[in-house]
Design a protein around this ligand. Sequence first.
Ligand SMILES: CC(C)(COP(=O)(O)OP(=O)(O)OC[C@H]1O[C@@H](n2cnc3c(N)ncnc32)[C@H](O)[C@@H]1OP(=O)(O)O)[C@@H](O)C(=O)NCCC(=O)NCCS
Length: 229
Amino acid sequence: MKRSMSAGGNGELRSSRSTSGSPVSDADPYQVRRSRVSDVRHIPRLQELLFEAWRSGAIVSRRSPAELEAAIRDRRAVFAMRGELLIGVGIAHPWQEDRFVSHSEMVVARGFRQRGLARRIKSKLIEISRRRWPGAIILSLTLSPEIEKLNKSSGYEPVPYCDLPTDPAFWRGCDGCVHYGHLKRNQYQDCHCWAGLLTPPGVERDRVVPKDALKRPENDSFYSKRRLG
Ligand SMILES: CC(C)(COP(=O)(O)OP(=O)(O)OC[C@H]1O[C@@H](n2cnc3c(N)ncnc32)[C@H](O)[C@@H]1OP(=O)(O)O)[C@@H](O)C(=O)NCCC(=O)NCCS
């Protein structure tokens, strides 16, 4: 098989064929697609991407290999590929009986950033989430200015933490973060991340009163309603 390879300015390999023989188009050398079961072979590379991002200071949820595998098999992951090389990822996770879906583990490999890959991953995640959980509110919790920018231009609305899921399993995703102590001290009602929600068309979002307000006496008419109009 004829193969031509040369190193790009950032060390990236340019090739008309990937190492496995998968064609790489010159017009769009990247494929952004939903995961499939056979992608479990990319788990070591996926862990490498997440670890590299974490080591360079990014706040990325910690997921075990088993959780990553479950997401891949369940086709909740979106992969950006260059031929056979995994270069970007994002994963959708449903919470609270599918009332919420978060998009996390958004990472693009160094050397492939600022080419619109995160934008493509995000729009694929939104498309998958809308189809699979049509009534779910999509949420994002991020310290990354790039992801915040991306979210805002995708229609996410900034919200206070009391509007986020109350499911403890959701918040366990934060326990590897350097700010986790701060989050816990604030009883999961505030931290450094930007929080945003993308509500499906036609769905009215519940506006939840902060936890502290719920400590008010039940018989006090002013505080007795949990939901505001
Ligand atoms: C955050 C990250 C995924 C972005 O990936 P990317 O492929 O470079 O992003 P894109 O090229 O799609 O750009 C997304 C938006 O961010 C903006 N952006 C990207 N890099 C930027 C930078 N260095 N400074 C300012 N804005 C930037 C882009 O302009 C774009 O917005 P626009 O389309 O409105 O112009 C990537 O930088 C990364 O992996 N970082 C480390 C891990 C991390 O922090 N993940 C976030 C966890 S929540």
